[in-house]
Write a protein of this length. Sequence first.
Length: 215
Amino acid sequence: MRLLPLLSILALTGAVGCQKAPAAAKPGATAADLPGSVTPTAAPADPQTEFAEIRTRILPTVNARVPASLAAKLQFAPQFDAKSRVVALAPESWVMGDAPGTLRPAPDADLGAATMMAFGSGCDGRCAPKNWAEAFDKVEVRSLAVQQVESDEPIGKSGRVVVARSGAVRYVVAGIWKPDGARYFFCRATLEGPAIDALPAFVGACRAMDVRRWD
């Protein structure tokens, strides 16, 4: 299977049709600042309530997949995306990158120059119900310039997670949707250098996306 960046692959975060990526944050902000970036129209969700289940049921499993050699610099924590639609697991010490909605490790973390993660939503054109499996495949999977797809698995009945390789870089792209939804939601990660050792943790984090609002 030959697939045609996750994330310049990251360029996709804001580049496709009606795709809605999280709003940009000030440089130097950390993943922990995402909840404060807010719900423009709805009342702010209570993190303590919204994060309770994922902290108890999923977070320990994801963090357990981080190698001991990286545990001091890489730990995941639940965060909201910029519009409080999605509860996502993201590295808690990472800072906002130049591209809207992306997170990067601090330069002194030594986790690879290309390493980053992003969450958002996409529409592949008009934001209205459509075949989301096909839209996700077109926008998120076939756009990957990779040498090898290492795994391609479903997430329940309405989702998919792909792990791919290009040279010394690993990519993770996951998506979830519902048939009558107006968009799909994605999690993307690009891993390089030491961060590749934590690939299982990033796959687990992307699979754990929990959509709370589908609007």
